[in-house]
Design a protein around this ligand. Structure first.
Ligand code: NAD
Length: 490
C-alpha cells in the first residue's frame, strides 16, 4: 500500500489530522493507495509556504524561470512512462493514451518556459509630451489550482506552467479520486531546481480541503477544472473576496456530420469523440448531429465499428475502452442510460454495464448509442461524462447550427464536411471555444482552450493564457514635476 502525504515547502508531510482517504484501482477495485485527508490547517501551512516563497520567486528573472521550466520538461520526459502508469492504476486511463499524454505534457512547461521572457509591456503614446507612461505585467501572488479526476497531470500542466512562468507560487488540490500522480510529480520540481515552497500540493475532499483553499485570503486567484455545479459554487465563493477565477467546466459538444463528409473519417471522428477515454472527457462529442440523408447508414457503420472496440485492462496496449474511474461516476452513467430510455430514446447499442471478458468484474459500462433523441431530452442537454452517445438527425445547415447551439454549454464542436465554405460558415456560427473541422479531440500547448457559456471562463494554453496569471500596472513618470493646480485631474 502506497501512502501519500501533502507536499509542502519541498517535503512530503503528514496531514495535520493524521487521517487518510483510500484510493482504488478502477480496474481491479483494489485499494492501492492512501492520500492525506487535509483540512484548513494543511491548507494554511501550504499557503504560508507559498507566500513565503513568493517574493523571491517573483523577483527571479523571467529567463531564469524559463530555464527551470525547461529543466522540468526534460525530467517529465524521462519520467513520462512511470507517471503514465500511475494514472492508469489510479484512474483507469488507457496506457495506450497515457504513454503519449505524459510525454506531450512536457511541452506545456517548455512552451510557457519559452514565453516567460516574452511578455512585454508597452510605452503608451500619451497625448502630452512631458510624461512617460508604460505598462508592466506583474505576477498575482499565490494561486490555487484545483483539478478534476479525469486527466490530473495534463489539466494541472495547463494551469501550472503558465502560473509559474508568470512568477506566481501555487497550492494545488487534485481530485480526491486521483491524487497519486500529482504527489508523484511534486518532487520533480525540486530536482529541476525550483525553490521549496514555489509549488505545493494538498489533497482531500472538495468541501473540506478544496473549500479551505478557495476561501483562504492569501490565495489571490483560482484556476479550476471540474463540473459546472462546483465551478459555479467556487465562482460565488471567490466573489466574496473578489478573486479572479479561470473555470474549465463541462460540455455537451455537438459532433456534426454533413452528408458531404468523408464518411469513414466521420465515423472514426464520432467514435473518438465519445468512446475514447471511456467518454470521461470534457470535450466528449456526446451529441452526434447527423444529416438525415445519411443518418441510418451512419448509425449502422458507427455501431459496427464501435462494437469491435476491445473493452478491458487499461494496462493493455490493445484496450480501447477502460473502466469508469469512480463509483459515483459509474452510477451516474447508468442513471443517465435509464433516463434516456424513460424519455423515449432508442438504445441501438450497449445500454448496460459490461461484465464480459476483460471486465475484471468492476466498473465497466458498454459503449452505448441512442437514436431517436431530440435535443430537448435530458440525455441531449446534460453532461453524462461516460461512453454514451446521443444521435440527433437534422436536415439543413441552419438546423444543424441551431441544434448545435441550443445548449447551455459551449466547450467544443466537431464539423465533418468536404465543403470549405460550409466548414467556415458553421465554425463561425457555433458558440463554443473550440471547433474541429474533419478532426476531433485535438489540443496543443500553443492553441487557446476554454469554454463559452456555462463551459467556463478564461483560456488555458496559448499566449493569452499567461495573462490569466498576471496583472497590469500602468506607471506614469512626469518629466516636469511642477504642479500648476492640484485641484483638477491631470
Ligand atoms: P468536480 O467538480 O466534482 O471536482 C473537481 C475538483 O473540485 C476536485 O478536485 C474536487 O475535490 C474539487 N471540489 C469539489 N468541491 C469543491 C469545493 N466546494 N471547493 C473547492 N474545490 C472543490 O468535478 P470532477 O467530477 O472531478 O470532474 C469532472 C468534471 O470536470 C466534468 O464536468 C468535466 O466536463 C469537467 N472537466 C472540464 C475540463 C475542461 O477543460 N473544461 C477538463 C476536464 C474535466
Amino acid at each position: 500500500m502506497q501512502t501519500y502525504g501533502n507536499y509542502i515547502n519541498g517535503h512530503m508531510v503528514e496531514p495535520v489530522s493524521g487521517e487518510y482517504l483510500d484510493s482504488d484501482n478502477p480496474y481491479t477495485g483494489e485499494i492501492w493507495a492512501q492520500i492525506a485527508r487535509s483540512n484548513v490547517a494543511d491548507v494554511n501551512a501550504a499557503t504560508a509556504a507559498a507566500s513565503a516563497a513568493f517574493p523571491a520567486w517573483a523577483s527571479t528573472t523571467p529567463t531564469t524561470r524559463g530555464k527551470l521550466l525547461n529543466n522540468l520538461a526534460a525530467i517529465i520526459e524521462r519520467e513520462a512512462l512511470r507517471l503514465g502508469e500511475i494514472e492508469v492504476r489510479d484512474n483507469g486511463k488507457l496506457i495506450a493514451e497515457m504513454a503519449g499524454q505524459t510525454t506531450v505534457m512536457a511541452e506545456w512547461y517548455r512552451y510557457f518556459g519559452g514565453l516567460a521572457d516574452k511578455v512585454e509591456g508597452s510605452v503608451i503614446p500619451l497625448d502630452r509630451a512631458s510624461t512617460l507612461n508604460y505598462t508592466r505585467y506583474e505576477p498575482l501572488g499565490v494561486v490555487g489550482l484545483i483539478t478534476a479526476w479525469n486527466s490530473p497531470l495534463l489539466l494541472l500542466a495547463w494551469k501550472l506552467a503558465a502560473a509559474l512562468a508568470a512568477g506566481n507560487c501555487a497550492v494545488i488540490k487534485p481530485s480526491e479520486f486521483t491524487s497519486a500522480s500529482t504527489l508523484e510529480f511534486m518532487p520533480l520540481f525540486e530536482e529541476a531546481g525550483f525553490p521549496p515552497g514555489v509549488v505545493n500540493a494538498v489533497t482531500g475532499l472538495g468541501n473540506e480541503c478544496g473549500q479551505a483553499l478557495v476561501d483562504h485570503p492569501d490565495i489571490v486567484k483560482l484556476a479550476f477544472t471540474g463540473s459546472d455545479a462546483t465551478g459555479q459554487h467556487i465562482y460565488q465563493s471567490a466573489a466574496k473576496q473578489l478573486k479572479p477565477v479561470t473555470l474549465e467546466l463541462g460540455g455537451k459538444s455537438p459532433n456534426i456530420v454533413f452528408e458531404d463528409a468523408d464518411f469513414e473519417s466521420a465515423v472514426m471522428g464520432v467514435i473518438s469523440g465519445i468512446f475514447a477515454a471511456t467518454g470521461q472527457t470534457c470535450i466528449a462529442g456526446s451529441r452526434a448531429l447527423v444529416q438525415r440523408s445519411i443518418h441510418d447508414a451512419f448509425v449502422e457503420r458507427l455501431t459496427e465499428v464501435a462494437g469491435e472496440a476491445t473493452i478491458g485492462d487499461p494496462m493493455s496496449m490493445d484496450t480501447h475502452v477502460g473502466p469508469v474511474t469512480t463509483e459515483p461516476q459509474f452510477q451516474k452513467i447508468l442513471h443517465y442510460i435509464n433516463v434516456a430510455r424513460e424519455d423515449g430514446a432508442t438504445c441501438v447499442m450497449g445500454g448496460d454495464l459490461y461484465t464480459g471478458p476483460g471486465s475484471a468484474g468492476t466498473r465497466f459500462v458498454q459503449p452505448t448509442v441512442f437514436t431517436n433523441v431530440t435535443n430537448d431530452m435530458r440525455i441531449a442537454q446534460e453532461e453524462v461524462f461516460g461512453p454514451v452517445l446521443s444521435v440527433i438527425p437534422f436536415d439543413t445547415e441552419e438546423e444543424a447550427i441551431q441544434i448545435g447551439n441550443d445548449i447551455n454549454f459551449g466547450l467544443a464542436a466537431g464539423v465533418w464536411t468536404q465543403n470549405i465554405g460550409r466548414a467556415v460558415r458553421v465554425s463561425d456560427a457555433l458558440r463554443c471555444g473550440t471547433v474541429w473541422v474533419n478532426t476531433y479531440r485535438a489540443v496543443s500547448f500553443n492553441s487557446p482552450f476554454g469554454g463559452y457559456k456555462r463551459s467556463g471562463l478564461g483560456r488555458e494554453s496559448g499566449q493569452e493564457a499567461i495573462k490569466e496569471y498576471l496583472q497590469t500596472k500602468s506607471v506614469w513618470i512626469a518629466q516636469d514635476s511642477s504642479v500648476a493646480n492640484p485641484f483638477v485631474m491631470r
